[in-house]
Design a protein around this ligand. Structure first.
Ligand SMILES: Cc1ncc(COP(=O)(O)O)c(C=O)c1O
Length: 408
């Protein structure tokens, strides 16, 4: 068995004129370099003052009571799952489409996953399908704000709250996204953010944040994140004879983890957060250019934006009707990639069809709406470093490829 190198679609910066990637690297500029220098001058390298500052900046940015910096979004979801107390015998609702990370803590803790079909317009969890899939054993619901469009949260919270089902928002795509004016990551019990290299805010390639408005969880997250290290009633150390008031504890039977963020990462995170209004404005400008261009191409339509949504266009997912377009989606995607524009097929396959889920009885066919709609999308590249000429090249390449394929 050999590990695969992930993220081969991320192009090094110097290649950007040659190949336009599906998702680009984050913008690292002078301010980020200066921030790194100030950490090195300070000398505290991990879980120090810059981490604290980044957490406070994030709390202010989101308007949330607690934000805890961690090493990845996947780790944030792992902590959330353990604090909820998910274990074998529980059922946990998962989205049918997401990156595999959303389901990993649930699979690892041995709970039974229940996959919910999508709203065909947004690709987010369908509250109607969710309703029919709950049982008395449902312990938690994980939602993902796919591509940076918010989930319809009210019906989900109305289903969850009276049953004491906990809700985890996977906000890996959803920094700065709002649902009816409320920021994604502040509506459920937990919000989990990613600062991976291809995200709209990056902490030097990896990083995450776990947010909550709950005082109880707020007291537990920091403990879990750092080895389970907590204040406890004083207890005698039999070697030194001293009374010690700190110890490594377990919560819900789970021992702690070590998911730290370094101060260099955090200092860059604070700069990136300040830069975020520009980043999201760029994503919106690119989306508007695509909206306009697609209006003139048969078979394509811009992404639906619901009236409750303030999305961030983390990704641009056009809808695609192969009959009206007169071209095959896969052929079109391949043709564009040959011309150096990575677009078309972002979506790989439903979450429940990955091997680790098939091992426990899941398989193709579980969520028919997703499986039908998945072939009716066409993704166009969006990233903060994209300039006018890159956007033009994407549009021209798409049009030329369609013309060539129709003329075949
Ligand atoms: C929806 C979603 N959730 C979680 C993750 C994992 O994020 P991280 O790499 O920070 O663990 C990703 C990564 O791309 C993602 O797209």
């Amino acid at each position: 068995m050999r590990p695969l190198k992930p993220n081969t679609f991320l192009q090094p910066r110097e290649n950007l004129e040659e190949v336009i990637p599906a998702e680009g690297p984050g913008q690292i500029g002078k301010e980020e370099r200066e921030a790194i220098e100030s950490v090195l001058a300070d000398g505290t390298l991990t879980m120090g003052p810059f981490v604290k500052k980044f957490e406070e900046d994030f709390e202010d940015f989101l308007g949330v009571k607690y934000a805890f910096a961690v090493n990845t979004c996947t780790s944030a979801m792992d902590i959330a799952a353990k604090l909820i107390g998910i274990r074998a015998g529980d059922e946990v609702v998962l989205p049918s489409i997401s990156f595999v990370a959303t389901g990993l803590p649930v699979r690892t803790l041995g709970a039974k996953a229940i996959f919910v079909d999508i709203d065909p317009e947004t690709f987010n969890m369908s509250p109607e399908d969710l309703e029919g899939k709950l049982t008395p054993r449902t312990k938690a619901i994980f939602v993902v704000h796919e591509d940076g469009h918010p989930v319809d949260m009210d019906p989900i919270m109305e289903i969850a709250r009276p049953r004491d089902i906990k809700v985890v928002e996977d906000c890996a795509h959803a920094i700065g996204v709002k649902y009816k004016g409320r920021p994604a990551g502040t509506i459920g019990d937990f919000g989990c953010f990613s600062f991976h290299a291809k995200k709209m805010v990056t902490t030097l390639g990896e990083g995450g944040m776990l947010t909550t408005n709950s005082d109880e969880y707020g007291a537990q997250v920091g403990v879990m994140r750092t080895f389970g290290w907590a204040e406890v009633p004083p207890c005698k150390n039999e070697i030194s004879g001293e009374m010690e008031a700190a110890d490594n504890i377990s919560i819900n039977g789970y021992a702690g983890c070590s998911y730290p963020m370094t101060d260099v990462q955090a200092a860059v995170g604070s700069v990136q957060l300040r830069r975020f209004p520009d980043t999201v404005a760029t994503h919106r400008r690119i989306a508007a250019a695509y909206d306009e261009a697609l209006a003139g191409i048969d078979g394509f339509a811009p992404p639906v934006v619901k009236d409750y949504a303030e999305n961030n266009y983390f990704r641009y997912r056009a809808s695609f009707d192969p009959d009206a377009a007169g071209v095959d989606r896969y052929e079109l995607s391949r043709r564009c990639v040959e011309k150096g524009v990575c677009c078309g097929i972002q979506f790989v396959r439903p979450l429940y069809t990955f091997r680790h889920w098939r091992e426990v009885g899941h398989n193709w066919g579980e969520c028919p709406v997703l499986e039908r709609e998945a072939n009716r999308t066409f993704y166009l590249p969006v990233y903060a470093g994209m300039e006018e000429r890159h956007v033009r090249r994407v549009i021209d390449t798409l049009k030329a490829s369609i013309r060539e394929l129709r003329g075949k």
